[in-house]
Design a protein around this ligand. Structure first.
Ligand SMILES: Nc1ncnc2c1ncn2[C@@H]1O[C@H](COP(=O)(O)OP(=O)(O)OP(=O)(O)O)[C@@H](O)[C@H]1O
Ligand SMILES: [Mg+2]
Length: 155
């Protein structure tokens, strides 16, 4: 059986005014189902670049130059934007280091959830019910719907 995530000889980096900066220099690893896997390294060694490549959000001047990223048997780097949207949040998620900067501070939590659910094709009619259900799953109170991201902890 395939690994859940298979990163093979991945080379990624950035175009800079002084040339190409390669920060992910041929990285290979597999993550099995149920496995907890950590990438550790000094600041600037390329951890975020690696994560961005895997989540397919590494955009110009960033670029994957070589290698493959296989998720559940499918090559992520060959997927169309629509196909990637299908796997994002469902099979793979990215929690940024500075969540407070990544989320629009004037959008309420409920609206973020509504948008995410709509993006994933949930019908709008029973959306409120669904949001309450999801909050319950996370053991968060109902009033979170009307709170702003900064009113919750980063994690
Ligand atoms: N947009 C960019 N253009 C040029 N170089 C970049 C860009 N973004 C990051 N880099 C460089 O790529 C290298 C890797 O950065 P990256 O953010 O992946 O490191 P990191 O391991 O996540 O660091 P930290 O632990 O500080 O989060 C660094 O040298 C950084 O300066
Ligand atoms: Mg980082």
């Amino acid at each position: 059986m395939n690994s859940l995530l298979d990163v093979d000889r991945l080379v990624a980096g950035y175009y800079t005014p002084t040339g190409v900066l390669v920060t992910v220099t041929g990285v290979t690893f597999n993550i099995e189902r149920g496995e907890i896997f950590a990438v550790v390294g000094e600041s600037g060694c390329g951890k975020t670049t690696l994560a961005a490549a895997i989540y397919r959000i590494l955009k110009y001047p960033g670029k994957v130059f070589h290698g493959s990223i296989t998720l559940d048997g499918k090559d992520l780097l060959q997927m169309s934007e629509d196909e990637v949207r299908e796997v994002r949040m469902k099979k793979i998620s990215y929690v940024p280091q500075y969540a407070m900067d990544a989320l629009d501070p004037v959008t309420k939590v409920g609206d973020f959830m509504r948008r995410a659910l709509a993006e994933h094709g949930y019908p709008s009619d029973n959306m409120d019910e669904l949001i309450l259900e999801k909050l319950k799953l996370m053991r968060l109170p109902e009033r979170v719907i009307n709170m702003y991201p900064m009113e919750l902890s980063g994690g």
